[in-house]
Ligand binder design. Structure first.
Ligand code: ZN
Length: 488
């Protein structure tokens, strides 16, 4: 009798919990429609397309080896900007920082307010003409698009920001808050230009209210069952760490091998790292993203997301299944180099492997190296950070800050069809270099981005539709109007 009663109680509890989970999912309401779009600035499409085309013709290719850089191209780019954006160069204070980085200051009427910093980079990755419909450095205007290296990454943003600035000056707009435009010259090879700008701002005691750099875009069809375009306003980016594992051992002839060889031990270490991924965590920008997307999701997914506060094991299991969503919830582990041995009958006396980690904000380089040591559990293997590009993940920014709401509003005004959701950038941008000179840092590229575009960034046939470019300019103008108008 008691047993039956207990069983009944358990059954009722299960029904109750399930009902609660479904109830919470059903309670989710899509957010209210954004306010009607304010009048966006008028854009002279042929003229702006022409100026972007000219910018793409200047081959500002960055190179990790400064001696191999075409410095004349960067000098010419600065001259070009000065010639094409005369009002901006008159009203704003332009400065060259370091060799080619550019900083423009549009002083606001209320200097007590923290400035807004918009970032973009002048440099592009190299491109050979092979496979391109129109050569990468000719700036062809064809089929409704402007073609060339940098059309999506990132000269489109840089020139669109200047178009918006020029247009607002032309309209007599007077900023209350100071606007800083920060254009690094080597984002693709580490971002020393942005670092130099950040150092200059630091010596001047400047701390921006927010920085906005390239990153998320307006995507469609990326999330299964979600038809609406999603504008990803990223509130953080991942860090970067390559760890080298190296092992020395007795070599010798392969006819009398020991039970464990250099190759076997290194392989075991790499295998352990793959089998025990870094622990999953829900950081604030991803939690916010899930909350924003939840009302739009299909049913089973919606229940898990709506109840993510207590269903996290299930949520993590689901998100870990896709490579992209897995990267949002943990520091990822990617073995990228494995070297040992060079002759089929000789045991190698040494070997090494390199594992590339992309750090989730909150995981430090030191903590990941420590975790690697624990996981591989082999004292003979030396574990160290590979020299080079490593950088900590900057702290995630606040998705509830007034600046976030202000950018979100600007997105709504220009992309009313899109759902704004947060997230983090999986790659690295110049934005990380400004972490010390800002309150909040966000990433958003105001352009549509499809799976086709994915192959064009750093690939062939990079191009942007002229109507899409027009909206980029309108977005930056809207953002300046909304963010420079003062406030607390
Ligand atoms: Zn870029």
């Amino acid at each position: 009798m008691l047993k039956k009663l207990l069983l009944l109680l358990v059954l009722l509890a299960v029904i109750g919990v399930a009902g609660y989970a479904v109830y919470r999912a059903a309670q989710l309401q899509p957010r209210e429609a954004p306010p009607p779009a304010a009048a966006l600035i008028a854009v002279d499409r042929p003229a702006v397309a022409q100026r972007l085309s000219e910018a793409l013709r200047i081959a500002t290719v960055s190179n990790a080896d400064g001696a191999a850089t075409d410095h004349a191209a960067f000098d010419y780019f600065a001259t070009f900007l000065k010639a094409r954006f005369p009002l901006t160069h008159d009203k704003l204070k332009p400065e060259t920082i370091g060799r080619h980085a550019l900083l423009y200051t549009w002083a606001g009427s209320r200097p007590e307010l923290a400035p807004v910093l918009l970032a973009a980079h002048q440099d592009v990755v190299p491109a050979s003409a092979e496979g391109w419909t129109h050569p990468p450095f000719e700036g062809a205007i064809a089929s409704g698009s402007v073609w060339g290296r940098g059309a999506l990454d990132d000269k489109n943003s840089l020139v669109a920001i200047l178009e918006a600035t020029e247009a607002l000056i032309g309209q007599g707009f007077v900023p209350e808050r100071t606007l800083l435009l920060a254009f690094g010259d080597d984002e693709e090879v580490g971002g020393s230009g942005a670092q130099a700008i950040a150092a200059t701002l630091a010596t001047r005691g400047i701390k921006a209210q927010f920085t906005l750099d390239e990153g998320g875009a307006v995507t469609r069809g990326i999330i299964a069952g979600l038809d609406r375009p999603v504008a990803s306003l990223m509130a953080g980016e991942k860090g970067y760490l390559s760890v080298k594992l190296s092992l020395q051992a007795d070599g010798g002839h392969s006819s009398t091998p020991p039970p464990h060889t250099v190759i076997g031990r290194l392989a075991r270490a790499v295998d352990r790292l793959e089998r025990q991924p870094m622990p999953a965590r829900l950081i604030a920008p991803i939690d916010a993203m899930l909350g924003e997307l939840a009302p739009e999701l299909d049913w089973p997914a919606r229940i898990v997301v709506a109840n993510r506060d207590w269903m996290s094991p299930l949520l993590f299991a689901v998100l870990s299944r896709s490579r992209t969503t897995n990267a949002l919830i943990r520091t990822t582990t990617a073995p990228t180099v494995f070297r040992a041995g060079d002759k089929d009958n000789v045991l190698p006396a040494s070997g090494e492997a390199v594992i590339n980690f992309r750090l989730l904000p909150g995981d430090s380089i030191a903590s990941v190296i420590e975790q690697v040591r624990r996981t591989i559990d082999d004292e003979g293997i030396k574990v160290e950070a590979l020299e080079g590009f490593n950088n900590e993940a900057p702290p995630a920014s606040d998705v509830h800050a007034p600046a976030y709401a202000l950018i979100e509003r600007s997105i709504n005004e220009v992309f009313p069809e899109a759902l704004v959701a947060s997230g983090i950038v999986l790659g690295a941008t110049d934005n990380r270099h400004y972490a010390a000179v800002r309150e909040q840092g966000y990433n958003f590229s105001p352009m549509p981005y499809t799976s086709d575009d994915e192959g064009r960034i750093h690939g062939i046939d990079e191009r942007i539709g002229i109507v899409d470019y027009e909206r980029m300019i309108q977005f930056y103008a809207q953002l300046m109007r909304n963010s420079l108008a003062g406030g607390a």
